[in-house]
Design a protein around this ligand. Structure first.
Ligand code: MTE
Ligand code: LUZ
Ligand code: MOS
Length: 750
């Protein structure tokens, strides 16, 4: 009997890298990082550090046998800085010692002298100085310049959304074991085992088949381990390869917060034009993305920002410009939503401002412009199986929104120092990697002679329940009990060239590959079953264990069938590959069909403010979410609830602050506030079911989209503030912390 991950977690029986028994002779590596945001390295003095008892060696860029590059985009994505440092927290050296404590202590004794250079920390300043990661990209639809003439109302403004720290429970960690024949076995807490393998081979200048990366599970990732787990694993591999000893790298919470990138802050300028009925005729937006010091995934994230510039609305004339700005902060990186949330925040700000100018509720404009079947996105793809209207309608009907709005109005009329508000947040999220080649996966399935089943695939379990979904797919395809199925660790020796588990497609891609591999085994089994039970293979099915002939159970069960198949030398293993069909994108025209499908949904977020203190509560969230035929309803519900709370945190409490030198001030959970169970509102989720021929067993991806419901929390707070202080003109700068709420309540409009 094989327990699922959730049960193991609940029992405290699931193991993470830091729980693995440490082998004799294990060495600990601690990075030495830049203490300044920008400068040239003039000298590095290792003497005091090397004199520490227990220090084994200290590695610098010159000790890297292969390429000093851990990225995919630009040469500056170095493992260890050589001449120039470009952010506080950038690794310069690696101290290797017999204990973690000694490594850390010695790291503090490495003295680096710099010639300091000017540093920039915000996107607009970087843009003004011409500091860009790449040239701007522009998506356009219709003719914006012409369309302004037909508008009755035009408003302009700006919107800024902040960074967000991932706060995965398990911090960055890797352990690397040297093997015979120049091999390495790598345990890394990464969403991208294939990338860790490729980068370690590059850094050590060896073939990829020398490097085996294994991932059992992650203690959360949220995008923070898609690209940024790689460097730490590469440092451990560098040391392990050189010293031929096992080496561990593990960041503590403060280091993890200071040294790794976050969700990208965005500054955006918008202009929106509507006719007098509230129909949006034109939308122009320019996104300034704060990329941090090197490219990382910023350009892919920026591209997804463009793909989501019009969210779940149809806007006939759009021009969206996106500029990735280079600053001297740790490289910002993937975070649930991957640039989509930033785009949606800017558009909701524009809609809010237009609604205020027209003296209507923003919901009126939102409703009036929701996407309909066949209408195009700004990249040319038409909306197919569009659920935007249905989600909105069902939310209103099932959760009785008009009555709730009335109750809020009554409450506000009767209370002078407490105000409530409700805001709606429709979402539409494109499902597929926007880099088309990443939309592939493979699976390797073994049926053992005792009838138990082993599934290997490229999906990394990080708490999102992908392993449980894969088990479900295998069990249903083979027609057997889920308890027989074990999903193995994610391992590069069993699965080659795997894509990261990201973009919410972990279950879509790996599930479909698993289904294909199971079908292959099933084919052979049916031939054996037809011999045992009579009839032709086409008449055979396996349903909840027994072998059926024309749908009727026979005397043969799964165990007997498998044992007969083995004795008759029928293959009981299969490998299958899946590539998402019909996705493509042409970057020269910015047109294509980048997504297999879209996920829709709509949320109503209700808040209450104490207008004396500025404190607030998110009192309730109601959601209709476009779920498809779920592979695991409880998991999907958990994903929606967790996503909403994470999105609300980004929009309300979570504020990343640096000092004037680029030093992170909010480097612990006492300064960086995240939502907890007490903050979390009541969340009511209703799933809109339906077919989805574009994903495995008609399911739908669920990982990222619900985060964006949290944006409704920001606008609900803005509405509640305006119920108290009607003259206040919101500046649209998220997060809306209690401090900002208090100031807004008493800011005068003149
Ligand atoms: N849920 C949990 N519990 N932990 C996580 O780290 N990551 C999110 C989402 N849900 C995450 C999570 C992100 S960013 C993505 S892309 C998806 O899960 C990835 O998994 P999937 O593709 O299997 O949905
Ligand atoms: N990662 C990536 C992603 O490489 N490409 C994507 O399109 C993507 N989308 C969401 C999250 N991660
Ligand atoms: Mo998720 S941001 O695609 O890891």
């Amino acid at each position: 009997m094989h327990a699922n991950d959730t049960d193991l977690h609940a029992q405290g029986a699931s193991t993470f890298i830091d729980d693995m028994p440490e082998p004799a002779g294990l060495l600990h590596a601690c990075p030495v990082v830049s203490g300044i945001a920008h400068g040239l390295i003039e000298s590095i003095d290792l003497n005091d550090a090397l004199a520490c008892p227990g220090v084994v060696t200290i590695l610098l860029a010159k000790d890297i046998p292969g390429g000093n590059n851990i990225g995919n985009v630009e040469a500056g994505e170095v493992l260890l800085a050589e001449q120039e440092v470009v952010y506080q927290g950038q690794p310069v050296a690696v101290v290797v010692a017999e204990s973690d404590a000694v490594a850390r202590q010695a790291a503090g004794l490495v003295r680096i002298c710099y010639k300091e250079l000017p540093a920039v920390f915000d996107a607009r300043t970087a843009h003004a100085q011409g500091l860009h990661i790449a040239p701007p990209r522009i998506f356009s639809l219709g003719d914006v310049d012409q369309a302004w003439r037909d508008c009755d109302v035009i408003v302009e403004g700006s919107a800024a959304s902040g960074a967000q720290e991932h706060v995965y429970l398990e911090t960055q960690v890797a352990v690397v074991y040297p093997l015979e024949n120049e091999g390495l076995k790598v345990f890394s807490a990464t969403q991208s085992p294939g990338m860790v393998q490729r980068v370690i081979a590059r850094v050590l200048d060896c073939a990829m088949n020398r490097v085996e990366v294994d991932v059992l599970r992650l203690g959360g990732a949220f995008g923070g381990k898609e690209e940024q787990a790689t460097g730490w694993a590469a440092m451990a591999a560098l040391a392990a390869g050189r010293l031929q000893k096992p080496v561990k790298v593990r960041l503590n919470r403060g280091e993890d917060m200071r040294w790794t990138g976050k969700r990208h802050p965005y500054d955006s300028d918008f202009k929106i034009g509507l006719d007098k009925t509230g129909r949006i005729l034109a939308y122009e937006v320019c996104f300034y993305q704060n990329a941090g010091a090197v490219a990382d995934l910023s350009l892919a994230i920026l591209e997804r920002t463009l793909f989501h510039a019009s969210n779940s609305y149809f806007i006939p004339n759009v021009r969206a410009t996106a500029i990735s700005c280079r600053t001297h902060l740790p490289p910002n990186t993937a975070f649930r939503g991957f640039g989509g949330p930033q785009a949606m925040f800017a558009l909701e700000a524009a809609i809010f401002k237009a609604a205020a100018a027209m003296h209507v509720d923003p919901a009126h404009i939102q409703r009036w412009n929701l996407l309909q079947e066949g209408q195009p996105f700004p990249y040319g793809m038409p909306a197919e199986n569009c659920r935007a209207q249905r989600c909105w309608q069902q939310l209103h009907d099932r959760f009785d929104l008009p009555r709730r709005q009335q109750a809020i109005d009554n409450f506000n009329a009767g209370h002078s120092l407490e105000k409530k508000a409700l805001a709606l947040m429709p979402i539409c999220f494109g499902i597929s990697f926007t880099a088309t080649f990443l939309n592939q996966a493979s699976a390797l399935v073994h049926v053992y002679a005792d009838g138990s089943v082993s599934v290997s695939c490229g999906a990394v379990e990080m708490g999102q329940g992908v392993k449980e979904k894969i088990r479900h797919v295998a069990a249903r395809t083979l027609g057997i009990d889920k308890a027989r199925i074990k999903v193995e660790s994610t391992n590069t020796a069993r699965i080659a060239n795997m894509s990261p588990t990201a973009a919410s497609v972990g279950a879509d891609l790996n599930g479909q590959a698993t289904l294909l591999a199971c079908q292959r085994i099933l084919q052979g089994l049916k031939t054996v079953a037809a011999r045992l039970a009579g009839g032709e293979p086409e008449q055979i099915s396996i349903e909840q264990e027994p072998v059926c002939l024309d749908g009727r159970p026979t005397a043969t069960g799964w165990n007997k069938l498998v044992s007969e198949a083995y004795l008759s030398r029928t293959p009981l293993s299969a490998h299958a590959h899946y590539a998402t069909p019909k996705v493509f994108f042409d970057r020269s025209t910015e047109r294509g069909r980048p997504f297999a499908y879209h996920v829709y949904g709509c949320a109503a977020v209700e808040v209450a403010i104490d207008c004396l203190r500025g404190t607030y509560r998110v009192t309730g969230v109601s959601i209709v979410h476009d779920g498809g035929r779920s592979l695991a309803p409880d998991i999907d519900r958990g994903q929606v609830e967790g996503g909403v709370v994470q999105g609300l945190g980004w929009m309300t409490l979570e504020e990343v602050r640096h000092d004037g030198q680029g030093r992170l001030l909010t480097d612990s959970l006492t300064a960086y506030k995240i939502p907890d169970l007490y903050f979390a509102p009541d969340i009511a989720v209703e799933f809109l079911d339906g077919d989805n021929p574009a994903a495995v067993m008609h399911s739908k991806a669920v990982g990222e989209p619900p985060l964006m419901y949290g944006i409704g929390g920001y606008f609900a707070l803005v509405k509640a503030i305006r119920a108290f202080n009607p003259d206040w003109q919101p500046g649209f700068s998220a997060p809306m912390t209690p401090e900002k709420v208090l100031l807004a309540l008493y800011e005068c409009g003149c």
